[in-house]
Ligand binder design. Structure first.
Ligand code: IMP
Length: 172
């Protein structure tokens, strides 16, 4: 496995898009207070840049999802880390690195919706619509990409490459 010679998305392209996303999100939530729920681990780099572009008061929480192939059923998603504060009545924005099949996102949204927030929306840096298996509504999307496996800017392959400032395609 090796990285593409050139980034799929350069650091400058990512930063420019994050600034635009920050503006749209700030407009959407103007006059409200936001609870940002970042998805560990991949969403950490993105959320740390994104919240610095937001012009609304916010609190930051984390959630972690782990999916595994169960013995009888496939694609079970566990949530070993959950937000510390109750979300009832809050305006919740889930911030994720990537939506691939959408299975993880669906499990996260279901779990958070059960807490009866005032609103629940999703912001992902990358979306791979060709891979979705369930319909997922994404209110804020950074980039729509083709069906590549990508690393960098928080995204890993076996825990590596998260530190890269740009996003690369992992090639055979
Ligand atoms: P899901 O298929 O949408 O449930 O995605 C599950 C998880 O797989 C994502 O949250 C990412 O952590 C990981 N993932 C999916 N596609 C990629 C990729 O292209 N690069 C790195 N991680 C990925």
């Amino acid at each position: 496995m090796r990285l593409s010679d050139r980034p799929l998305l350069t650091a400058a392209e990512i930063q420019a898009r994050v600034a635009v996303l920050g503006k749209s999100i700030s407009e959407e939530y103007r006059g409200k207070e936001l609870t940002v729920v970042a998805v560990l681990k991949g969403g950490v780099v993105f959320v740390s840049d994104l919240i610095r572009q937001l012009q609304v008061p916010l609190t930051l929480e984390f959630i972690r999802a782990r999916s595994y192939q169960g013995h009888l059923s496939q694609g079970i998603v566990e949530l070993p880390v959950l937000p510390e504060q109750p979300l009832r009545g809050c305006h919740v924005l889930v911030v994720e690195d990537i939506v691939d099949t959408g299975r993880t996102t669906a499990a996260i949204l279901d779990r958070l919706a059960a807490e009866q927030p005032a609103s629940l929306a999703l912001c992902c840096l990358l979306d791979k619509p060709a891979r979705h298996i369930a319909p997922i509504r994404i209110q804020f999307v950074g980039f729509t990409i083709d069906d590549h496996f990508v690393v960098g800017y928080g995204l890993d392959y076996h825990e590596r490459y998260r530190e890269l400032p740009a996003i690369y395609v992992l090639q055979e």
